[in-house]
Design a protein around this ligand. Structure first.
Ligand code: SF4
Ligand code: SF4
Length: 204
């Protein structure tokens, strides 16, 4: 008797689920809006003058709990520097198969070089393609993020474009005067970022 009751309960749950509206019905024709700080695919940003923000310091690689970032910094060439300062990210790779999207790399980065987009579609057909290098991660000359999956046509451009909503977790250069002040920096193609709701920007 109790077995029959259990079966009936189980069927009731199944039956109820049959008529629930599925949130994935319209995907991939329509995409849901993501929260501003959705943790999706990474982007390596550049300054408004085109220079790369990454200085090859390897802090992101050091903090990554999944050990999926590989960075090799190199001295900037004197005649044609890639980033401001002494060094730049000569090699930068993220193994997306290992990433847990915790955003600790974003928090650790002293120059806002690495941020995360809203893009969650990262399907690849082999393991090697899941290692995103600078050719995918660094934004192009107009500040637009590059897609890794041009051929599959699955990329939601909007999710990929929404990549700049990050702020520094710490004050700039550790200066206590910047405590609680959001010090946005200019980004290629986007200019100076607007503070998010509830934040304020100190007048210069
Ligand atoms: S999001 Fe987390 S796991 Fe992924 S690369 Fe950054 S630090 Fe590593
Ligand atoms: S992305 Fe940021 S933390 Fe990582 S190496 Fe470049 S500058 Fe350093």
């Amino acid at each position: 008797m109790s077995e029959n009751f259990g079966l009936f309960k189980g069927l009731k749950v199944t039956f109820k689920e049959l008529f629930k509206k599925s949130v994935t019905d319209k995907y991939p024709k329509q995409f849901r809006e993501k929260p501003q700080r959705f943790h999706g695919r990474h982007v390596l940003n550049r300054y408004e003058d085109g220079m790369e923000k990454c200085i090859g310091c390897e802090l992101c690689a050091g903090v990554c709990p999944a050990q999926c970032i590989y960075v090799r910094g190199e001295e900037n060439p004197e005649d044609n520097p890639v980033s401001p300062g002494e060094r730049y990210g000569f090699i930068y790779e993220i193994n997306m198969l290992r990433c847990i999207y915790c955003a600790l790399c974003v928090e650790a980065c002293p120059t806002e070089a690495i941020t995360m987009s809203s893009l969650f579609e990262m399907s690849v057909t082999n393991r090697a393609d899941a290692i995103f290098d600078k050719s995918v991660l660094v934004v192009d000359d107009s500040g637009k993020p590059r897609s890794h999956e041009e051929k599959t046509n699955l990329t939601n451009e909007k999710d990929l474009q929404n990549f700049d909503g990050w702020m520094r977790a710490t004050s700039s250069n550790g200066n206590p005067n910047y405590q609680n002040v959001i010090n946005w920096s200019g980004s290629l193609g986007y200019g100076k970022k607007e503070p998010e709701k509830g934040q304020h920007l100190e007048e210069e």
